[in-house]
Design a protein around this ligand. Sequence first.
Ligand code: ZN
Length: 567
Amino acid sequence: MTGTPTNAEIAQRLKEIRALMEFAGEPYFKFMAYERAAEAVENASPVGDLVSGGRLQEVPGIGKTIAGRIAELCATGSCAYLDELQARFPLTLLEVLSVPGVGMKTAQMLFERLGIASLDDLQRALDAGALAEIPRLGKKSVENIKRGVLSAKSRAHRTPLGTAAARAAEIVAFLAERSPAADLTPAGSVRRHEATVGDIDIICTSDAPDAVIAAFTGWSEAEAVLAEGSTKASIWLPGALQVDLRVLPAHLYGNLLQHFTGSREHNIQLREAAVRANFRVSENGIVDLRDGRLITCRTEAEVYATLGMAEIPPEMRLGLGELEAARDGTLPAVVGLGDLRGDLHVHLGPETTLEELAAAAAARGYEYLTVIGAEPEPARAVGERFGVRLLTAADVGIRADGSLAAPDALLAAMDLVVASVRADLDLPRDEMTRRLIRACENPYLTVITHLTGRRVGGDSGYAFDHEAVFAAAARTGTALDIDGRPDRLDLPGSLARRAKEFGVTFACCSGASNVADLAHVTFAIGQARRGWVTAAEVLNARPLAGVLAFAGAKRTAASHAGRFADP
Ligand SMILES: [Zn+2]
């Protein structure tokens, strides 16, 4: 840990102490004091300030002993008492305790009798049938534990956003048709457009939650039902994917959606900001601490407005300055799907025809579509029939020396040129940087796509100086694509936010080679929003004339200067 730990980190340590104390058989009132303290810390002003000001014990729920432990945690990141507990009981026991169906008594028994101290230990014991040796565990309990382990593993296993979002949409469509659910919304990491998700959270409202739960757990795609209650249930889908559904009364929809959208960091910061303004926020509503009044919100906008903030788009809820901006009125109006006037990276090939692409583009309300692999004449003619301008483009590789892998005459004949790094991925960092800067300086190159070469859930991409390339892209008028293909999402939102500071122009494209995949542009927009990108910064949010002017300006500038001068 570097610097002073955050309130969330301190609270986490206190919860670890609490769990290990219970495991050690300490009395209830003793370990519950740590639970209350953890909660108090989550809602308090920054603990570092309280410690240095000697005001820690003024916080309700924090007594002398625990205040001492917190001071120790603040100073060193740990405390002697926690170290002592951990020496007797490994922290991985918390994994075992997190398994649905394993209570404290069972976990203690598994540890004492079989030495099970982690999720892996438990899986091995289940595989070996060792749990049958424990007399107090019946067949049914062992079955419950098996299901619980699946659930705990789903949370550890990450599913790519593209897969999870498609699954979430299927469930929403199923429940909309077969159950009395309203306000069906995927929340959590799917809604925030995290590149990979641990599990799918869906929330909805209904007057008849039983019927909604029954439809959900009865879904034919469910491999197992992990939990089933009166207002929530969890199922397990093929591919180690858990889905949690919550059904709640309509008047709480705004509070619930806000709570279950997260992120955890965003919600912790929101609670801290709320306490400073005399409110306590939870999924059950907002309590005005001055008079104890409970405020419930039908919409998320009401939640944020109650706390004196503008509504924050879900993709931006990362705890990275968005709450301050929402309070100060400086939150940017981020680009939305409806701002796009076309797509600049679509392939003609065996999976589709010009007619299909033109019809689909018109149906999406696009003004233009850049089709790679199309001839100019048929593209113009087909586009006219469907009322869409079909542009032509080359999609070429960037060679190791930064030149484009196609003759200038071919590039000059196209409306636009898209390029990417496809080979020689292991160049030294400096050479890769030079290669990308040189590509930006090519007068024909309009858009660099999947700049980093990362793969979602896999390779993190090749090494280069991101900022030097962002500066070159801005200086030369080269757009950087946010590739919406689910295995790419490249640029990722975090880098887009950095690139924005350099004045980069972005493109938000699907990279589709069939009509269905044109919808992948949604994921490009998701990353753009995570990066605080506005419509004004997106090339394909401009009218056709603006796109052609952008490409043309670069060609003209280069023909005057001979090449781009580096200032
Ligand atoms: Zn392509």
